[in-house]
Design a protein around this ligand. Structure first.
Ligand code: PEP
Ligand code: MG
Length: 569
């Protein structure tokens, strides 16, 4: 038996075989060849094979009733018949280059041509050409990519995973996740938490020869055991069973109020990525959704989603979960969440760059498409619209003005718009420190502690090398959280936490003491956190601290005023 260490992201035990996940990286032969005809023949064979695959995917999607996705594969198959594309590749091979070289350069040039087009639809086609290029290279290099994850349930081991790769994983085949790189606040880590996969990152000893070996991932001890002995298998199988029993016991908390022993109630909401998470919200008895990361609707799509596609996704969640409040955050793309069809420039410091609301306020048509979809969906449930990465009051005012413009347009078109609340993420120190003036603009705040930690401590949340310096309980961060809650309450703006820290049981008592109104966490943390809150007693603080200043009532009287507001009123 061999034992290796990593950094735990999700507790729990996974027992099974290891599958090494490796996206292929190809080294293309740059040298000239003499048998041009043979290269053209290889190219043709690959082209027909990929076309066949695309047609098969088209048939499968049609059979399953997914007409939209089927359309993508149909278009791919047609693209592979494009004379210009084929001729340009043949021309490159005619100069003595390999089929792989021709595919790389020929398809890249076609993608670039699409990228430079004015029309958004054609621009987006560049991503399709890149997909086809990759599929062609897979065939030419003989790579078996359909099987990257294997066919049996396994502990997946990877160098690192991008959010776009993580969302595509087949969850039913995933027992646990281990990466050599990764950081605890990355979106991949967040996805792992939300799926409750036992997960280790920073496992520097990951080796290719682990593939296929029997192993145990022990999240509690941040260990991976390769070929463990029987005694350990028995011990950890028993622990896994105990975990399941504990989880079953937590089910008894469903339907029970989220309140402390002394009667302080807090709203316990879920973070989701789209309609596929509706069941998780219901199964875990979340009282609402405090963060719907709408960018996952974009990440899951090969092309820029239309207003109608977005409307359908939002409506589905609002209707299925009504009358719960559903806070949908507008597209927070950029930094690690990149999308080919957005054609964003490469930046030196993407986390400090063109992202989230900065993209939306610059690409107004793109933003309006989402706002119109949200406003249309507002008629089908209880909606909160939330703007990310805010640093200044004018940004909020401009978002509200564009929202109002969309509302007027829809009303003129005779489309019904419902009621909604407006909120912002507090995830930059600038927003936290200006919370008083920002609160005058909105109904609610949601503290995005993942980014707030990164920007307060100057710790790149993606960096694998900074884990030692990252302190999620840094006093500067905690002070910003506390002061934001107080500022919100001074203006009768309710304040929630939707970053990962909201689920940290070590801080629950502090957050409640400071008067947080809502905690929005991954669905799997709802019941454990309800248990934690129900076992908390805040009565000891009543005598020692003075109540928060009386909130100036700016809207409905029933808006929550925080812990002390409720205790003393
Ligand atoms: C945050 O920054 O805390 C947050 C919730 O947003 P995201 O993790 O999606 O950046
Ligand atoms: Mg954020």
């Amino acid at each position: 038996m061999q034992t290796f260490k990593g950094t735990k992201i999700v507790n729990g035990i996974a027992i099974g075989k290891i599958k090494i996940y490796k996206a292929p990286v190809y080294e293309i032969n740059e040298e000239l060849i003499s048998d041009i005809a043979a290269e053209i023949e290889r190219f043709e064979a690959a082209r027909l094979k990929v076309q066949e695959e695309q047609n098969a995917l088209y048939d499968k999607e049609m059979k399953e009733g997914h007409k939209d996705t089927a359309g993508i594969f149909e278009a791919h198959a047609l693209m592979l018949d494009d004379d210009d594309l084929i001729d340009s590749c043949k021309e490159i091979m005619g100069e003595g280059h390999t089929a792989e070289f021709a595919v790389r350069d020929g398809f890249e040039a076609a993608a670039e041509m699409f990228r430079n087009m004015e029309d958004e639809y054609f621009k987006a086609r560049s991503a399709d050409v890149i997909d086809l290029k990759n599929a062609m290279l897979d065939v030419l290099f003989g790579a078996d990519t359909a099987n990257l994850q294997g066919t049996e349930p396994a502990i997946l081991v990877a160098e690192d995973l991008a959010p776009s790769e993580t969302v595509k994983l087949d969850k039913s085949l995933l027992l646990g996740l281990i990466t050599r790189q990764g950081s605890s606040n990355s979106h991949t880590a967040i996805l792992a938490r939300s799926m409750n996969w036992p997960t280790l990152i920073q496992c520097h000893d990951v080796a290719d020869d682990w593939d296929g070996k029997f192993a145990i991932l022990d999240g509690y001890n941040s260990c991976i055991y390769i070929e463990p002995d029987q005694a350990l298998i028995d011990e950890l199988t028993a622990k896994q069973k105990a975990d399941k029993e504990k989880e079953a016991k937590l089910q008894e908390l469903k339907g029970k109020p989220t309140e402390t022993k002394d009667g302080y109630k807090v709203r316990l909401y879920a973070n989701i990525g789209g309609p596929k998470d509706i069941n998780a919200v219901i199964e875990n008895d979340a009282e609402g959704v405090g963060l719907f990361r709408s960018e996952f609707v974009y990440l899951n799509s090969k092309t820029d989603p239309t207003e109608e596609e977005q409307f359908q996704a939002y409506k589905k969640v609002l209707e299925a979960l009504a009358p719960r409040l559903i806070v949908i955050r507008t597209c927070d793309i950029g930094a690690d969440k990149t999308i080919d069809y957005m054609n964003l420039d490469k930046e030196e410091n993407p986390a400090l760059g063109f992202r989230a609301i900065r993209i939306c306020l610059t690409r107004k048509d793109f933003f309006k498409r989402q706002l119109r979809a949200l406003l249309r969906a507002s008629a089908f449930g209880n909606l909160g619209i939330m703007f990310p990465m805010i640093i200044s009051r004018w940004e909020v005012q401009e978002c509200k003005a564009i929202l109002e413009e969309c509302k007027k347009e829809l009303e003129a078109e005779g489309v019904k718009v419902g009621k909604y609340e407006i909120g912002i993420m507090i995830e930059t120190p600038a927003a936290a420190l200006c919370a008083d003036e920002l609160a005058e603009e909105v109904d609610f705040f949601s503290l995005g502690t993942n980014d707030l930690t990164q920007y307060t401590c100057a710790i790149d949340r993606q960096s694998a090398n900074l884990e030692r310096f990252a302190n999620t309980h840094h006093p500067a961060l905690l002070r910003l959280i506390k002061e934001t809650i107080e500022a919100g309450h001074r203006h009768n703006t309710w304040v929630g936490i939707c970053g990962e820290l909201g689920a940290d049981p070590e801080l629950t008592e502090e957050f409640l003491k400071w008067g947080v109104d809502e905690l929005s966490v991954n669905p799997k943390s709802i019941l454990p956190l309800r248990d934690r809150i129900r076992n908390t007693d805040l009565s000891k603080y009543k005598k020692t601290e003075s109540p928060a200043p009386k909130a100036e009532v700016k809207a409905e009287a029933e808006k929550p005023k925080g812990f002390f507001g409720r205790l003393f009123s």
